[in-house]
Design a protein around this ligand. Structure first.
Ligand code: RET
Length: 270
């Protein structure tokens, strides 16, 4: 038992609210998956891997959230007044393990739409993925202490943040430099992607700090809400923006299906 979720009883509103949030997350990711599959034909082969990576992230996140939703449901039972613990134990730890797969995909799709290729792609992706894994592993260790030792939670959280800042620095450099070579709509979307990432990714460390900020049933509701907003923004909405940029770039480079969907070419008969 490592997470504060297991320490409290929940009112029906709190319990069901969390269950609904997690279920909404499942729906959002599977709906986005269908969308990415359908629109991938409008993305030129040069950028299509970016959209394919979104599909992988949607499946991976959709299943983990399905698991979280069921685990939540199984870990508490109604005793006539409140929802209290059963034999099953709730944990957020699966999320961290899942990020080991999804974050490298999110970072690589960014590099692909930035048109970074060859050895540069390999070297940027390696740096970013190593930093991301450092951030996740140290964060995973830290959250194991959230009930027993807040000092350890803080120390591991601080180490994790060093990796996080380094990663954001590289991301910012690549995005703002890359945007210079893009058409206006793509460049503007690219900059929005940066701010979306800064917003959504920062919600995860806030959720990590909830045991310190507000260790209560209400705090747990806030934490699960933060996770849900962060998940939908950093994976589904982010993927939509990445695919939009990919379609814009495809059209600009002469890929006809993309031009048609963006109305780049005037119809021959009218
Ligand atoms: C941790 C530990 C505390 C310090 C920091 C963290 C950052 C987590 C982040 C997670 C991003 C997850 C994403 C998942 C997508 O599937 C590990 C909570 C800084 C940034 C984008």
């Amino acid at each position: 038992m490592t997470n504060i979720e297991n320490l409290f009883d929940y009112s029906p509103v709190q319990f069901e609210g969390i269950h609904h949030l997690l279920t909404m997350g499942v729906g959002a990711h599977f709906a986005a998956l269908i969308f990415f599959i359908l629109v991938s034909k409008f993305v030129s082969p040069r950028y299509r891997v970016a959209t394919a990576l979104s599909c992988i992230v949607m499946v991976s996140a959709g299943f983990i959230l399905y698991g979280q939703s069921n685990l939540w449901f199984d870990s508490f039972a109604f005793n006539g007044e409140m929802y209290s613990r059963t034999d099953s134990t709730f944990t957020n730890g699966y999320r961290y393990v899942n990020w080991m797969v999804t974050i490298p995909c999110l970072l690589t799709q960014l590099l692909i739409v930035l048109n970074i290729r060859g050895t540069q792609l390999f070297s940027d992706a390696t740096k970013l993925i190593i930093a991301a894994w450092g951030m996740i592993i140290t964060g995973y260790i830290g959250q194991l202490y959230e009930i027993t030792d807040l000092g350890q939670l803080m120390i591991w959280g601080a180490v994790s943040t060093v990796f996080f800042v380094y990663m954001n620095y590289i991301i910012g450099m690549r995005i703002f430099k890359g945007a210079l070579g893009m058409t206006a709509p793509a460049a503007s979307a690219m900059k929005k992607v940066f701010w979306l990432m800064m917003f959504a990714w920062t919600l995860y460390p806030i959720a990590y700090l909830i045991p310190w900020l507000d260790a209560s049933a209400g705090g747990v509701v806030v934490r699960q809400a933060l996770f849900t907003v962060a998940d939908v923004s950093s994976k589904a909405i982010y993927g939509l923006m990445i695919t939009y940029i990919a379609v814009q770039r495809s059209a600009h480079e002469g890929f006809e299906p993309a031009q048609r969907v963006l109305d780049y070419i005037t119809p021959k008969t009218q």
